[in-house]
Design a protein around this ligand. Structure first.
Ligand code: SAH
Length: 475
C-alpha cells in the first residue's frame, strides 16, 4: 500500500500559479486560486468567455498557444486542466523537472500534489482526500460535513482569532485554556452567532473569559420535523438534533426523523392526537422547563412547522417568562408537503390567487370559523383536520356558497411511504373518505387546484378512484 498523502494548507497570496487549459474546469480552478489571493496565469490556445472576461478585467494573465515548459517559470504551483492527456502529462513532467508542484485534474497518479475536496467555513477549512483511491467517497464525506458544520463556524473562528491575545493573557496555562474553550463551545456563544446576535455573543464571550466555570445553561430549540419524510428536514434541524441532550417529540414526528437524532439523547414522547391526550400542554411546559433548568440542551420536536397549528407560540411564552434561551427552526408544514407530494399547486394563475391554512380539528372549532370567507371562490383551502368532521365541513362550505362541484384532495400520511390521496368534489367528500377508510393524519385541500392531483401526481399511487388508479390496480 502506498503511503498516505501529507496534508498542507498553502499560502498562495501574491504567488504565481499556472493553470493550463481554457475551459470550464480551468475556469473553476482559476477562480478558486484568485479567491486564495494567487497571481493566476492561464495558458491555452483559446479561453472560454468567463476566462476571457477575467483577462480583460486584468485579474488573470493569458499565455497564448500550446504548453511550453517556460510557462512554469516563476510559478509555485501548476494545475493541468486540459482534456488532452498528453498536454497534462507534459505539464506534470516539466513541473517535476523544475520542482514545481503540479496537480493534474482527475489524475492522481500523474499529480505531485492533489487538491482536496473541501468544506469552506471562512477561516475554518476542512480538506478531505482519499489519496485518489475513491474521489466519490471523499465527496460523500464532504457532503456529510457540509450538513454538520453550521455557516456560523466561520464567525466563531473569527471571534476566537480576534480574542486570541486576551484568551492567552487570561489563561496562560494550556490546561486551563483548554477547559475554557470547552466551556465556551458548549455555552451560548456559538448559538448567539448562529442567531446573528454578534454583540450579545461578544458580551457572553467576555463574561465567559472572566468568570470561573459557571454551571451549564440549558436551552430549548423548537424544531419543525416536517411531515415525515426525513429528506424534508432542514440542515439546521439535523444539526440541532445531533446536539440534543433531551428530545421532547410529538406523536406526529416520524421514526425515520427520530433515527437521525443523537444516539444518546433522551427521547420523550409527549404526543397529542385529537381527543387522545398523552400529555397536556401544561405537562409539556413543565418537562421543557425541568430539563432546560437542569442545564440540558432540549429539542422540542414537532410535526410540520412549530408555528403552524403547533402551539409553538405558547411554549415560547413560557420559556421567555422563565428566562430560558430558545431558538426556532422552521419545518415544512403539512399543507406544503401534502400539496407537493400530491401534485397540487396551492396557487395557480388560472384557479387561485390565495391560499388559507385552516384548522378544524374539533366540531366546536367549526362554529368559530368564518364560513362566508372560506366559501369564497378563487382561493385554496388547506385544512388541518380530523376525518370525523369532513361531512359537516363540506356541508357548511356548500351552504355558504361554494359550488358543490368544487374539487377536493384528501391526503393521508402525506410524504410518507404509506401516503394515499383521495380526490373528488365537495358533494361527496365525506362519503369518499369513508369508502377509502381515510385515517389521521390527513390534510384536506379544497379548490380548483385539487383536481390537478389527478394529472400531476408523482409520488406513490395515483389518487384513489381515478382512471389512473384503476389502471394501477389492474396492473
Ligand atoms: N404543526 C403541524 C400541524 C399540526 S396539526 C404542521 O405544521 O404540519 C395536526 C394536523 O396536521 C393533522 O391532523 C393533519 O391534518 C395535518 N398533518 C400533519 N402531518 C401530516 C401528514 N404527514 N399528512 C397529512 N396531514 C398531516
Amino acid at each position: 500500500m502506498s503511503s498516505p498523502l501529507f496534508p498542507v494548507f498553502a499560502d498562495l497570496r501574491g504567488r504565481a500559479v499556472l493553470v493550463v487549459g481554457g475551459g470550464t474546469v480551468a475556469q473553476r480552478k482559476a477562480t478558486a486560486l484568485l479567491d486564495a489571493g494567487a497571481i493566476v496565469r492561464v495558458g491555452a490556445p483559446a479561453l472560454n468567455a468567463a476566462l476571457t472576461a477575467l483577462v480583460s478585467e486584468g485579474r488573470i494573465e493569458h499565455l497564448h498557444g500550446t504548453f511550453a515548459p517556460r510557462w512554469l517559470d516563476g510559478a509555485w504551483l501548476a494545475i493541468a486542466a486540459t482534456d488532452d492527456d498528453e498536454v497534462n502529462r507534459a505539464v506534470a513532467e516539466a513541473g517535476e523537472a523544475q520542482r514545481i508542484w503540479v496537480n493534474v485534474v482527475d489524475d492522481a497518479r500523474a499529480s505531485s500534489v492533489q487538491i482536496p475536496a473541501r468544506v469552506d467555513r471562512g477561516p475554518v477549512q476542512v480538506a478531505i482526500s482519499s489519496n485518489g483511491t475513491a474521489p466519490m467517497l471523499a465527496r460523500h464525506v464532504r457532503e456529510e460535513l457540509e450538513t454538520r458544520l453550521d455557516a456560523s463556524l466561520g464567525d466563531l473562528a473569527e471571534l476566537l482569532g480576534r480574542e486570541r491575545t486576551r484568551i492567552r493573557a487570561r489563561h496562560p496555562q494550556i490546561g486551563a485554556r483548554r477547559r475554557f474553550f470547552e466551556r465556551l463551545l458548549s455555552g451560548p456563544v456559538p448559538r448567539l452567532l448562529r442567531q446573528r446576535q454578534r454583540l450579545a455573543a461578544e458580551r457572553e464571550f467576555s463574561a465567559a473569559l472572566h468568570e470561573a466555570a459557571a454551571p451549564a445553561r440549558g436551552s430549548v430549540v423548537l424544531v419543525g420535523a416536517g411531515p415525515g419524510d426525513p429528506g424534508l428536514l432542514t440542515l439546521r434541524a439535523l444539526r440541532v438534533l445531533n446536539e440534543a441532550d433531551v428530545i421532547l417529540h410529538d406523536r406526529l414526528v416520524s421514526d425515520d426523523v427520530l433515527q437521525l437524532a443523537r444516539r444518546d439523547a433522551e427521547r420523550i414522547e409527549v404526543g397529542k392526537q385529537a381527543g387522545n391526550h398523552h400529555a397536556t400542554q401544561e405537562q409539556i411546559h413543565a418537562l421543557m422547563l425541568e430539563h432546560a433548568l437542569a442545564g440540558k440542551r432540549v429539542v422540542r420536536l414537532k410535526g410540520g412547522d412549530p408555528f403552524v397549528f403547533g402551539r409553538g407560540g405558547e411554549e415560547l411564552e413560557v420559556l421567555r417568562a422563565h428566562g430560558i434561551d430558545y431558538e426556532v427552526v422552521p419545518g415544512i408544514t403539512a399543507a406544503l408537503a401534502c400539496a407537493a407530494y400530491a401534485g397540487v399547486p396551492l396557487t395557480h394563475r388560472d384557479h387561485a390567487q390565495s391560499v388559507r391554512f385552516v384548522t378544524a380539528h374539533f366540531k366546536d372549532s367549526h362554529t368559530s370559523l368564518d364560513w362566508a370567507v372560506l366559501a369564497q371562490d378563487r382561493q385554496t383551502l388547506a385544512v388541518y383536520m380530523g376525518v370525523a368532521g369532513l361531512d359537516h365541513f363540506a356541508a357548511q362550505l356548500i351552504a355558504h356558497g361554494r359550488a358543490a362541484s368544487t374539487p377536493f384532495a384528501l391526503i393521508e400520511n402525506g410524504s410518507r411511504a404509506q401516503q394515499r390521496v383521495v380526490t373528488g368534489t365537495l358533494s361527496d367528500l365525506g362519503e369518499r373518505a369513508r369508502t377509502h377508510d381515510v385515517q389521521s393524519p390527513a390534510l384536506l385541500i379544497v379548490g380548483e387546484v385539487a383536481a390537478l392531483a389527478n394529472t400531476l401526481h408523482w409520488f406513490g399511487d395515483p389518487p384513489l378512484g381515478t382512471a389512473d388508479a384503476r389502471v394501477a390496480e389492474a396492473a
